[in-house]
Design a protein around this ligand. Structure first.
Ligand SMILES: Nc1ncnc2c1ncn2[C@@H]1O[C@H](COP(=O)(O)OP(=O)(O)OP(=O)(O)O)[C@@H](O)[C@H]1O
Ligand SMILES: [Mg+2]
Length: 524
């Protein structure tokens, strides 16, 4: 049985629907003379106000001239998927690529009610199909969908100011949670291909100094919520990170943790597979927002270091020759167009972001930060530099918790001391903390780590000793070379230097022999 209020709403809804059709279909209005059209408008408004105390809000699926899918529509869709699918009779099942189970959502022309702070609202999903089949060169679907929200005009303020905000915030969060993260890679034959991104790394399990970790998490949070802020300061919504440090210190693991924290897609850009700057630009235009673009081992990917300077110099040197030799000129032009250059990469970092959407992070990783061209890593391009370093005690504690489920142990103190005295990468620490059989318990693993740390310490001590000996030899060799030069200048022979009782000359000459340096003009 219908409640009077529901009947009233249905009746009103019908009138509202008529009014809506009238407003939504301007091509009908074109055939009505203007005076009659105005009159009809006024009559419909009066009728609606008289019989229809409800306010109707329409959220269309597409907006803008280029028919962009509306974010608001998508957030409402996510919200209703979560809150209403259990209460509607007809559901829509969508198969998502790479997903085993279909995603269920509210079917077309379904209605559902919801209570918000004691106020009832009516949601309906609607689909409008075109009456005539039109042939178009543009592959744009003519079918339009929209959500309709209905509520009593008494609650206009509550609904427009609180409820819609609540729906959009929650819908956004649900969409973020349910979104399948993707890992894109490029190869020379195709642009991007993707698989589901399923790396389990997160900031909980990432071993590094906790203060540094907190700083990075805060930085990412600020970035994610920074849409208005970036718009206010007039900067594209992007951020560059440079991760550097020895191999096995967790740079790639950090990227995965960042992607999981933000729920962003990852574009793993293999620069060596990119033909030239034009192709690079095309690839980057195709990346979506809410993504991390990664270029690993930037120093190895291409000869980017100082390439600009080298090119400039080459250009200057060859200019004269080129003018005379057309064949050389052609080859040079070809070379100019080949491969990704440093300037191409810089243009992409500076330019692409302003082009579309924003909300992108770019990450470079390297084992040799000192090799990079300063232009590539200056602030503004790489906003934050993160050093991933050898395992410290705090980082070890995280690994012990992850791998052995222990927070503390009597051997921890010794390990802390050894970690202070030696350099061991987290990847090596992890190797010892992983039990190799069911017989190995936490203590066995810790003892194995201690053994490895002691061996590393011994090795480092030996290396340091050899290093200082080699340095001393080098110093002495330099000294004798200097004396030799002086002697040459003043006309004294090396023999005389020796005869003058300069014993360092002997020692230096001996050292030079040991080092395989020619000592032909040093007579002893
Ligand atoms: N900081 C860390 N926290 C947790 N695990 C780590 C960390 N660093 C290294 N590991 C472990 O070592 C393995 C190798 O680390 P990862 O690939 O992230 O190092 P990388 O710095 O990217 O090395 P490369 O410079 O060779 O690319 C990881 O799979 C992980 O198990
Ligand atoms: Mg790596």
């Amino acid at each position: 049985m219908f409640l009077p209020r529901e009947m009233f709403a249905s009746f009103g809804s019908a009138i509202g629907g008529l009014a809506f059709i009238w407003v939504m279909l301007p091509q009908w209005q074109r055939y009505v003379p203007p005076q009659i059209r105005d009159l009809l408008h006024r009559c419909i408004n009066k009728l609606v106000n008289l019989f229809y105390p409800y306010v109707l809000i329409v959220f269309s699926e597409f907006e803008g001239e280029r028919l962009l899918r509306s974010e608001t529509y998508m957030f409402i869709q996510s919200y209703l998927k979560e809150h209403a699918t259990s209460r509607v009779r007809r559901l829509k099942a969508e198969t998502v690529k790479d997903s085993q189970t279909p995603i269920l959502s509210m079917g077309d022309n379904q209605e559902v009610t919801e209570m918000f702070e004691g106020v009832k609202v009516w949601w309906a999903s609607r689909r409008v199909s075109p009456r005539n089949m039109t042939i178009s060169f543009h592959p744009v679907t003519e079918e339009r969908r929209y959500y309709r929200l209905l509520f009593h005009r008494r609650h206009r303020e509550l609904i427009t100011q609180s409820y819609i905000k609540h729906v959009l915030t929650e819908g956004k969060e649900i969409a973020r949670r349910n979104r399948m993260q993707k890992l894109y890679t490029n190869d020379p034959s195709k642009d991007w291909t993707y698989v589901a991104f399923e790396h389990p790394a997160n900031f909980e399990t990432l071993a590094m100094d906790p203060n540094k970790k907190r700083e990075i998490i805060n930085d990412l949070k600020k970035f994610r919520e920074g849409k208005e802020y970036y718009a206010k300061i007039g900067k594209p919504w992007k951020r560059g990170y440079l991760l550097y440090g020895p191999p096995g210190t967790g740079k790639s693991t950090m990227i995965a943790a960042m992607a999981n924290f933000l729920s962003y897609d990852v574009y793993d850009l293999e620069l060596t597979a990119v033909k030239d700057n034009t192709k690079l630009k095309k690839l980057l235009i195709k990346t979506s927002s809410k993504s991390i673009i990664v270029i690993e081992d930037i120093d190895c990917s291409l000869d980017l270091t100082g390439q600009r300077k080298k090119r400039e110099k080459e250009n200057n040197d060859d200019d004269d020759e080129e003018n005379d030799d057309p064949a050389k000129k052609m080859v040079k032009e070809e070379e100019k167009g080949r491969g990704v250059t440093l300037s191409g990469l810089l243009n992409f970092i500076d330019g692409i972001w302003s082009a579309r959407g924003g909300e992108r992070i770019i990450i470079f990783t390297t084992n040799h930060v000192e090799k990079l061209d300063p232009a590539l890593i200056r602030r503004g391009r790489m906003d934050k530099r993160i050093e991933m370093s050898y395992c410290c005690f705090e980082a070890f504690k995280v690994l012990a918790r992850n791998y052995l489920d222990i927070e503390d142990h009597p051997l921890f103190e010794m390990i802390g001391q050894l970690l202070d005295e030696t350099n061991m990468i987290p990847a090596d620490v992890v190797e010892h903390l992983m039990p190799k059989s069911d017989d190995e318990d936490a203590e066995t693993c810790l003892r194995s780590l201690i053994e490895a740390l002691e061996a590393a310490k011994k090795e480092a001590g030996k290396k340091a000793k050899d290093g200082s000996r080699a340095k001393a030899k080098e110093g002495r060799a330099k000294k004798v070379n200097g004396e030799k030069e002086e002697a040459k200048e003043s006309g004294t022979s090396a023999k005389e230097v020796k005869e003058n009782g300069d014993i360092s000359g002997v020692a230096a000459a001996t050292d030079l022999r040991e080092n395989g340096v020619a000592v032909a003009d040093v007579e002893i």
